[in-house]
Write a protein of this length. Sequence first.
Length: 164
Amino acid sequence: MINEQIRDKEVRVIGENNEQLGIMSIQEAMKLADEAGLDLVKIAPNAAPPVCRIIDYGKFRYEQSRKEKEAKKKQKVIEIKEIRMSPNIDTNDLNTKIAAAKKFLQKGDRVKVTLRFRGREMAHMNNSRYILDDFAAALEDVAVIEKPPKVEGRTLTMFLTEKR
């Protein structure tokens, strides 16, 4: 809230050079801000009494947006990479998929391992669970099972994350 939007009777005021001006009525605070040619901005509404600051509101908003952009740059976005397999996968193909998963995990991504069943393979869903168990066992030095294997329709899905 700025200037006339502030409805409190008394506020604690901080000056333009970060000096404490004390507790005063809102009219006095507005008068001080007008004399300085700046705005009265409420920065701590939950305090008792609320804290207001005499600053240039446009400059304040600009600096806040810059800080938010900087914080956003430093964030790391964790992606989910999916590895799809069928229940009749050969050992060499499985090893290739394991190597790809290891590469994703080392980059810091989460890995979703999906075992897709088609047609008659649906009847032997429980017998194929060992494929996901072997996959997790092969990656246990770099990965941890975040969500254990779970049946979702025609697929068996498991999530892996990097070991901390």
